[in-house]
Design a protein around this ligand. Structure first.
Ligand SMILES: [Zn+2]
Length: 335
């Protein structure tokens, strides 16, 4: 956890990455699970904290020429509008990363929308034989936004948050630089519209060390019934994934609609948040996917608000005007 207090002059580097994916069916000379995406763009904005506000101090933008996945994946093309010719024009990953680190300076706090980007950065560093210790704390702006908006507990897109704060949409989404800028505007709004002390307290308890694995996942086997799917993953959250000791239960697991929430405590490693979702695969069978992670303040808010809803309305949750759709099969990959 980040114990240092944010003070005037502290630097946040809001960053975003785009990456290309291996082509389906193509043979590669290495195990593609060790490089599920090759970074093709790094974008970042430097924000400096001053008097409870964030002030922009420069933008970083660098295109990278991939060496493993040189042909753009159709899904990546659809989202980023990049072409093979664009990919060929970039710099080497090593040069781009060196420049990015120079832009970051020493002692900055990384920030981004969702935590996929730090994981992808570490995977690329490791794959290309570079030092994969980032040595910085990371702040996920997505749960920070849901904590400070009326969207508590919901996973919203950058574009949703941009609309929520009426940020002008001057650039297309899904370029690393544009998304980093939009995420920076969202952070500025969070600082400007809320009590500084509150924002800083949430940030201090939400930032995580990039170099510690903070999230553990388990996907259960498919089966006929939702309740059966849940029981197949129930053993996952019994023990601490770090030291293997049995968890103490901080908040009993409870189910609301398609998700089960719980809070656990390991005597040595601290508190964990667990969310298990019931999903349906392409064959129409149910399966459960659990995520166990170090609990941050947005997780406590999420667990508390879901618990309140559960106590009032039970397993079906607060009635919504339109029925919640059945979980749809997972088809698209995340970029
Ligand atoms: Zn432990």
């Amino acid at each position: 956890m980040l114990s240092r207090k944010i003070k005037d002059g502290d630097v946040f580097i809001v960053f975003d990455l785009e990456w290309n994916q291996p082509l389906p069916g193509k043979e590669y000379s290495f195990d593609v699970s060790t490089l599920t995406g090759e970074i093709i763009e790094i974008g970042a904005v430097k924000l400096v904290s001053l008097d409870g506000m964030l002030i922009e101090h420069g933008v970083f933008s660098c295109d990278i020429k991939p060496v493993c996945y040189k042909t753009i994946h159709y899904h990546v093309k659809k989202v980023t509008h990049k072409t093979n010719a664009d990919l060929a024009r970039g710099e080497s990953f090593e040069d781009a990363y060196t420049k990015f680190r120079e832009f970051c300076g020493t002692d900055a706090i990384l920030a981004g929308w969702g935590n996929n980007d730090t994981d992808m950065l570490k995977m690329n560093l490791k794959f290309f034989g570079m030092d994969d210790r980032i040595g910085m704390f990371f702040l996920d702006v997505q749960p920070l936004f849901s904590t400070f908006s009326t969207e508590k507990g919901k996973q919203r897109s950058v574009e949703f948050a941009v609309d929520y704060y009426n940020v002008p949409k001057e650039e297309n989404f899904h370029s690393a630089t544009a998304d980093a800028k939009y995420t920076a505007r969202i952070m500025e709004n969070i600082f400007r519209r809320n009590q500084t002390s509150e924002v800083l307290s949430v940030i201090s308890s939400s930032s995580v060390n990039c170099d510690i694995k903070r999230e553990y996942t388990k996907v259960g086997a498919p089966c006929e019934h939702a309740s059966q799917a849940l029981s197949l993953v129930s053993g996952f959250s019994v023990k601490c994934p770090i030291c293997g000791r049995n968890f103490n239960i901080k908040m009993e697991p409870f189910r609301i609609r398609k998700s089960v929430y719980a809070l656990y405590d390991c005597p040595g490693d601290g508190e964990f948040f667990c969310r298990t979702r019931i999903k349906k695969n392409r064959e129409g069978k149910y399966y459960a996917a659990s995520v166990l992670r170090f609990a941050t303040q947005p997780d406590y808010y999420l667990a508390a608000s879901k618990r309140e809803e559960f106590e009032k309305f039970g397993i079906d949750g607060e009635p919504v005007t339109k029925p919640e759709p059945e979980p749809t099969p997972e088809i698209t990959a995340e970029t």
